[in-house]
Design a protein around this ligand. Structure first.
Ligand SMILES: Cc1cc2nc3c(=O)[nH]c(=O)nc-3n(C[C@H](O)[C@H](O)[C@H](O)COP(=O)(O)OP(=O)(O)OC[C@H]3O[C@@H](n4cnc5c(N)ncnc54)[C@H](O)[C@@H]3O)c2cc1C
Length: 599
C-alpha cells in the first residue's frame, strides 16, 4: 500500500494562499477561529486519517460486511471510527454553538473531509452520512426530535442515513411509493421499501436513524407530495429502545466501496413502523435538498480524495519502475530508464494532477461560497447563493467523472501491476466508479444545471459566474506570463456564453427535450471552463510566489503547480472546442433516432 494519499502542502495552498480562508474570521460567526486553529484542525484530521482510516482502507475492501442472526457485521474498527469522529467533534463540527458545534467554516471542514476520503472513503461515509442527516434534523426538526435523535447522531453513538431510493424510483423521486399514515398520536405509520441505503444497518452503532422520504396518505402526486420523516431502526419509548419494524432484507454485492454496506430495508411489515414528521408535510424534497446539496459537494470531495490517493500511488510507482530506454539511447548495456522520464508517463501523471487539484479547487470554492452565504446579507448573500447553486452540479460531476478517468490513468501508469490486487490502484478505480452515479447521476446533474440553474432568475446565476470569470481573467491579463492563457479562458467564456444563448433560444421555441438532449455535454463543457478558471486563480498565486525566488521544496511545489496549470490549458481546455461544436450543431441524432434502431 502506497503511503502518501494526499498533500497537506497543496491543501494549505488552496485554503490559505488561494482562498485566504482566514478572511472568514472577520465575520462574527467565525470570529473565534484563527489561521492557527484551522491548521490545527487539518493536522488533527490528518493524524486521525493516518492512524485510523488509512490503515484499514484495503482491509475494508477485502473483508466485506456479512450478515448473520439478523445482524449486519461491518469491519470492527467502524465502532472506533464512529466513536473517534463523534467524540472528536467532527460530526457536529459545522453546527452552531447552541447545538454543541464548533461553527467550523465549511471551507475548512471540506479540507478535512478531503483528507478523510483520500485516506478511506468507505470509512468516511459512515460519519459523513450521519453528519448530513443530523444537520437535517437540526435545520428542520422539532426540539423533541433534536433532543431524542440528533444529539445521539452528532455524538457518533447512532448512525444517520438518507433513505430516498426505492426499487422502481431512483432518479425520479416523485414516483416513490413509501407511505405514511397519520396515527393521531404525533407519529405516522410508515410502509414501504428502500434500496441502496448506505450504512443502513450495522453493528458499529447501537441504533440507525433514517431520514426517509415518504408520502402522507392523500398527498399531491409527484414531488409536491413528498414529506420527510425520521424513521429509526429502534424508536425511543419510555427512555428505552424498542424495535421499530424496520427490517433489513439484505445488502448488495458491489464492485467498490465494499466496506460500507448498502441496504434493502422493508418498513412496516407488522404495521408498527413509527415515523416522525420533519418540518411541514409535503416539503420533504425541499428539506432533503439541503442534505443532497451538501452530499453533492461531498461526492466531489470523495472523488478528489480518491483521485489524489491514486495519483500518489502511481507517482510512487513511476519513480521506482525501470523499463526500457529512451528512443535516442541505443546502448543496451546502459541501465533501464525509470518510466517517469517518458513523456507519455509524464502526460498521464500531469493529467491526474491537473484534474484532481483543479477539481479540488472548484469544490473548495463552492464550500467557500456556502460560508459566504452564511455570513452575508441581502444582495451579497443572494449572489453567493446563486453561485453556489450554479456551481454545485459542476462540483459534483466534474471531479466524479474525471476521477474515473484519472484513477484509470493511474492504473495505466502501473501497467499490468495496476490491474492486480497487490497494488491499490484497482481499488481506487472500483471505489470511485460510484461517484458519477449516486447523489444524482451525471445526467441528472446536467438537467439540474441547464434546465433549472441556468434559467433561474432570468440567467442571473450565469451572469454572476461570468463576472467571477472576468475578474480572474482581468487579473491574469495583467501578468505578462499569464496573459496568453487568460486570453484562452476569455475566448472559452465567450463561446460558453454563445452556447448558453443558443440553448436558451431552443428552450423558448421547442419542447424541453430539445434543449436538454445534450445537457450532459453542456455540463462537461461548463466543468472544464470552471476548472480552467480555478487553475488561473491558482496560477496568479504561483506566479507571485515564484517572483519571490523560493528554493528547495517550495520551488518544486510551485513549479509543479505551474506545470499542472499549463497542462490543463494545453491539453484539457481545448476539449471544450469539440464540445462547443457539438452543442452548437442542429443535428439531432439522439432525439430523432427511432429506438428500435439501437435495439
Ligand atoms: C453504492 C450505492 C450507494 C447508494 N447510497 C444511497 C443512499 O444512501 N440513499 C439512497 O437513497 N440512495 C442511495 N443509492 C441510490 C442512488 O442514489 C441511485 O442508484 C441513483 O440515484 C440512480 O438511480 P437508479 O439506480 O434508480 O438509476 P435510474 O434512475 O434508473 O437511472 C438509470 C440511467 O438513466 C438515466 N436517467 C434516469 N432518468 C432520466 C431522465 N429523466 N432523463 C434522462 N436520463 C435519465 C440516469 O442518468 C442513468 O444514467 C446508492 C446507490 C449505490 C449503488
Amino acid at each position: 500500500m502506497a503511503q502518501k494519499y494526499m498533500s497537506m502542502r497543496n491543501l494549505r495552498f488552496q485554503l490559505h494562499e488561494v482562498l485566504n480562508v482566514e478572511s472568514l474570521t472577520q465575520h462574527p460567526r467565525y470570529a473565534d477561529h484563527s489561521k492557527e486553529m484551522f491548521d490545527m484542525m487539518l493536522d488533527t484530521a490528518k493524524q486521525l486519517s493516518d492512524n485510523l482510516f488509512f490503515p484499514i482502507y484495503e482491509e475494508m475492501d477485502q473483508k466485506k460486511p456479512t450478515m448473520g442472526d439478523g445482524v449486519v457485521h461491518v469491519h470492527p474498527k467502524i465502532k472506533d471510527v464512529m466513536k473517534e469522529t463523534g467524540e472528536g467533534g467532527w460530526i457536529v463540527a459545522q453546527e452552531d454553538y447552541e447545538h454543541g458545534g464548533q461553527q467550523m467554516p465549511r471551507t475548512v471542514y471540506s479540507g478535512a473531509n478531503f483528507i478523510f476520503h483520500a485516506a478511506n472513503t468507505s470509512a468516511a461515509s459512515f460519519f459523513g452520512l450521519t453528519m448530513g442527516s443530523a444537520e437535517l434534523i437540526s435545520s428542520f426538526g422539532s426540539k423533541e426530535l433534536q433532543e431524542t435523535y440528533m444529539t445521539k447522531m452528532f455524538s457518533g453513538e447512532w448512525q444517520g442515513t438518507m433513505a430516498l431510493t426505492e426499487p422502481h424510483a431512483g432518479s425520479s423521486l416523485g414516483d416513490i411509493y413509501t407511505s405514511a399514515t397519520d396515527a393521531g398520536d404525533g407519529s405516522y405509520r410508515i410502509k414501504g421499501q428502500k434500496i441502496f441505503i448506505s450504512a443502513g444497518d450495522h453493528d458499529g452503532v447501537e441504533n440507525v436513524v433514517h431520514l426517509m422520504l415518504a408520502k402522507i396518505d392523500g398527498a399531491p402526486a409527484g414531488s409536491k407530495g413528498i414529506s420527510l420523516f425520521v424513521v429509526p431502526k429502534h424508536r425511543v419509548e419510555n427512555g428505552g429502545l424498542v424495535p421499530n419494524d424496520v427490517f433489513t432484507a439484505g445488502f448488495e454485492d458491489k464492485m467498490g466501496m465494499k466496506g460500507c454496506p448498502v441496504m434493502h430495508l422493508v418498513m412496516g411489515d407488522n404495521s408498527d413502523c413509527h415515523g416522525y414528521l420533519v418540518g411541514e408535510p409535503n416539503n420533504g424534497l425541499r428539506y432533503m435538498f439541503q442534505m443532497m446539496n451538501g452530499a453533492r459537494i461531498s461526492v466531489g470531495l470523495m472523488s478528489c480524495g480518491l483521485s489524489s490517493a491514486a495519483y500518489y500511488a502511481s507517482l510512487e510507482y513511476a519513480n521506482e519502475r525501470p523499463q526500457g530506454r529512451t528512443h535516442s539511447n541505443r546502448d543496451l548495456e546502459s541501465p533501464m530508464e525509470m518510466i517517469i522520464n517518458y513523456a507519455d508517463v509524464k502526460r498521464m501523471l500531469l493529467f491526474q494532477k491537473s484534474v484532481m487539484e483543479g477539481g479540488l479547487s472548484l469544490v473548495l470554492q463552492c464550500a467557500y461560497y456556502a460560508d459566504m452565504v452564511l455570513v452575508t446579507e441581502g444582495a451579497e448573500k443572494e449572489k453567493y447563493q446563486m453561485l453556489l447553486d450554479l456551481l454545485t452540479p459542476m462540483a459534483k460531476a466534474y471531479p466524479s467523472e474525471m476521477s474515473v478517468q484519472s484513477t484509470s490513468q493511474g492504473m495505466q501508469v502501473l501497467g499490468g501491476a495496476g490491474f492486480c490486487s497487490d497494488f491499490p490502484l484497482q481499488q481506487y478505480y472500483r471505489d470511485t466508479r460510484i461517484n458519477p452515479i449516486y447523489e444524482g447521476t451525471t445526467g441528472i446533474q446536467a438537467m439540474d444545471l441547464l434546465g433549472r440553474k441556468v434559467t433561474m432568475k432570468m440567467g442571473a446565476a450565469v451572469m454572476a459566474f461570468g463576472a467571477e470569470l472576468q475578474e480572474t481573467i482581468k487579473a491574469g491579463m495583467a501578468v505578462e506570463s499569464l496573459k496568453e492563457r487568460a486570453e484562452k479562458l476569455a475566448a472559452s467564456a465567450t463561446k460558453f456564453q454563445e452556447v448558453t444563448m443558443k440553448l436558451m433560444g431552443l428552450a423558448q421555441s421547442e419542447k424541453p427535450e430539445v434543449f436538454l438532449a445534450d445537457a450532459t455535454l453542456y455540463l462537461e463543457n461548463a466543468g472544464i471552463l470552471a476548472v480552467a478558471w480555478q487553475w488561473l486563480k491558482q496560477a496568479l498565486v504561483v506566479e507571485a510566489k515564484l517572483a519571490e525566488n523560493p528554493s528547495g521544496e517550495e520551488l518544486k511545489f510551485y513549479k509543479g503547480k505551474q506545470a499542472a496549470f499549463e497542462y490543463f490549458y494545453e491539453y484539457e481546455l481545448p476539449k471544450s472546442i469539440g464540445l462547443t461544436k457539438r452543442l452548437m450543431s442542429d443535428y439531432r441524432l439522439t432525439l430523432e433516432l427511432e429506438t428500435e434502431y439501437i435495439n
